[in-house]
Ligand binder design. Structure first.
Ligand SMILES: Cc1cc2nc3c(=O)[nH]c(=O)nc-3n(C[C@H](O)[C@H](O)[C@H](O)COP(=O)(O)OP(=O)(O)OC[C@H]3O[C@@H](n4cnc5c(N)ncnc54)[C@H](O)[C@@H]3O)c2cc1C
Length: 327
């Protein structure tokens, strides 16, 4: 039977397909409910499915996003199946507005898959950001870290396998698996909260590994709700709120004239002391400078050639579970 639900051909094309992330992880959009027109229908509380007027839907969605009328976008839902290293899961789980069901290491055997960063992501500690990476580290350091990681992982795997072979409880066997071990979950969230998650997690301040997931999921949003995605890029990722002090400084410099021309006020300038008097700290002035640079906008387009079938991915996961002969 043909569905009467609103669907989007671009989303149907990837539904249930698995997109690789990092060395053993993935994100799959396993289900969704609604699209941009669901946001519009909820906002207007309208009857039936009706005919869509894309330009009207676009204008409304952009207005809602600009003015933070968020509840209509809670009417669109996404359900993902994801596999990620445990340290990524630990950052991800902080987003409390999703429904989560994680793979049970108490019930099931853990696939012994461990994350290794690619060489170009193996970096020294950042000198400027305590929570970040600096320059790429030397090849020697990478080789030595890889050797040491392998040592730990071999021992952890051997202990885990021995414990399950001895029929010791799985909930105990798993306690010393490292944070690099892959876990997986079903993760369901509405569009509003998903965009909040993506704003924080595609940001360069987020750890590179979780960003890799967020970028793929942003590509999925683009396929389910392209107008909402576009508004998110324009107003959230590409936009930046201005503080009172920043607005005061900018208002002294530029004005929008009646004919629609944005004009610099003749010879106007605002000195650092004036901005300080308006309440801007030295750091806020540096941040203002960054806000005044035209943003480079990302395009989170999925690479469909990477999409894999669920069965193939499931077989790989099953092959990584230790073989244990039990009666
Ligand atoms: C770059 C980066 C670095 C971070 N570093 C650290 C760190 O060092 N240590 C650390 O502990 N965490 C850290 N975090 C996690 C961060 O503090 C948040 O916990 C995480 O980003 C989730 O954000 P959220 O609460 O807005 O999202 P969600 O939990 O998805 O919530 C979405 C929104 O719902 C509302 N909400 C949800 N629950 C409540 C509630 N109980 N009360 C009121 N409002 C609620 C809020 O408006 C919230 O913004 C970091 C996050 C990022 C992105």
């Amino acid at each position: 039977m043909e569905t009467r639900r609103p669907t989007n051909p671009a989303a149907e094309e990837i539904l249930g397909g698995y997109f690789p992330v990092l060395d053993h992880g993935f994100v799959s959009l396993v289900d969704y409910m609604g699209s941009d027109d669901s946001v519009e229908r909820a906002a207007r509380v309208s009857y039936g499915y009706g005919t869509r007027h894309t330009s009207r839907t676009r204008g409304l969605i952009r207005y809602l996003r600009r003015h933070r009328h968020t509840t209509p976008s809670e009417m669109v839902e996404f359900k993902f199946h994801c596999a990620m290293p445990m340290f990524v899961a630990r950052q991800w789980i902080r987003h409390r507005t999703a429904s989560v069901n994680e793979y049970s290491g108490r019930y099931s055997l853990m696939p012994l898959l461990f994350y290794s960063p690619p060489r170009d992501q193996f970096s020294v500690q950042s000198a400027t950001n305590n929570q970040g990476r600096g320059e790429t580290a030397s090849a020697e350091a990478f080789d030595e870290a890889t050797r040491r990681w392998q040592e730990i992982r071999d021992r952890a795997s051997a202990t885990y396998t021995w414990m399950v072979e001895e029929d010791l409880a799985r909930e105990l066997a798993r306690i010393d698996l490292p944070l690099s071990t892959y876990t997986q979950w079903y993760w369901k969230i509405d569009l509003h909260n998903l965009l909040h998650f993506l704003t924080l997690r595609v940001d360069p301040h987020a750890q590179w590994e979780i960003r890799a997931y967020a970028e793929v999921m942003a590509g999925m949003v683009k396929r389910v709700a392209p107008l909402s995605y576009e508004a998110w890029i324009d107003y959230d990722l590409g936009g930046s709120p201005l503080s009172r002090g920043e607005r005061v400084a900018l208002a002294r410099l530029i004005a929008l004239e009646a004919d629609g021309t944005l004009r610099a006020r003749d010879g106007a300038s605002v000195g650092a002391e004036e901005m300080q008097a308006d309440g801007l700290s030295a750091r806020e002035m540096r941040e203002l400078a960054a806000k005044l640079v035209a943003p480079e906008l990302p395009d989170y387009e999925l690479d469909l050639s990477e999409m894999r079938e669920a069965e193939v991915v499931a077989e790989e996961m099953a092959a990584a579970v230790p073989r244990v002969d039990r009666e």
